[in-house]
Design a protein around this ligand. Structure first.
Ligand code: SAH
Length: 221
């Protein structure tokens, strides 16, 4: 007799489709895929775009910013080579989606956002998901978070105009930093890996399109 097949709820089916698509594109780390699978992206998208939450595309959020494309979230998270004991610094909280994925794979995530509205909304989402290992800060993240440095991993989710030297100084000697680097609309996604003795080897992973990492004051908006 034919075994009855489990009928997936619509959300589950869309999630499964997205995970399959990420795997096909090269996000193969099972822990990263599981973290994405367990993070309901529809919690992070604005009302107007809820129906498109499971598409593999970036979407607009408040303050003229964007929630990253799931493939890019997967790629950057995989490139960070996280360990469960890692203390991670993220610059550019945005919706908090990438933060939530990081929080499932590391001990502590420090995240900085320069729009107060986005920070508040993201904090409410971390509470709803009971992510108690996320520490938020409203302010300019281009200078990092010196009081909490050094970090095992640093992820920048806005485009740094040039090599992020200030942030590299806040990384442990054997740490990893991933950031889009470049001034134009298309940037290079760079991975810096420390050799343990103060030198960082840089590798370009691919081309990406991120909103710019803006220097200067934070916005009360
Ligand atoms: N990973 C996020 C992407 C957000 S877009 C997500 O998936 O939702 C990048 C974010 O970086 C924006 O919210 C923007 O406001 C923020 N940002 C830009 N420059 C910044 C700075 N100097 N300090 C902190 N956040 C910054």
């Amino acid at each position: 007799m034919k075994k009855p097949q489990k009928v997936l709820a619509e959300g589950e089916a869309l999630t499964a489709q997205l995970i399959l698509s990420l795997r096909t594109q090269g996000v193969t780390d099972p822990l990263v895929l599981a973290a994405i699978e367990r993070t309901p992206r529809d919690l992070f998208t604005p009302e107007l775009f809820k129906a498109r939450s499971w598409e593999d595309s970036a979407l607009p959020i408040a303050c003229g910013q964007t929630i990253s494309q799931p493939y890019i979230v997967g790629l950057m998270t995989q490139a960070l080579t996280l360990e469960p004991r890692a203390r991670v610094l993220e610059i550019g909280t945005g919706s908090g989606y990438q933060t939530a994925v990081l929080a499932r794979l590391s001990r502590l995530v420090y995240t900085v956002e320069r729009y107060r509205t986005l920070m508040r909304e993201a904090e409410a989402r971390f509470d709803a998901l009971q992510l108690t290992n996320v520490i938020t800060r409203f302010g300019d993240g281009s200078r990092g978070w010196a009081e909490q440095a050094p970090f095992d991993r640093i992820l920048v989710t806005a485009a740094a105009p040039e090599e992020p030297t200030t942030l590299l100084e806040q990384l442990k000697p054997s740490g990893v930093l991933v950031a889009p680097v470049g001034k134009g609309p298309v940037q290079k996604l760079c991975r810096y890996a420390g050799d343990g003795a103060g030198r960082f080897a840089m590798e370009v992973l691919c081309e990406v399109r991120f909103v710019p990492l803006l220097d200067g004051v934070a916005r009360e908006q």
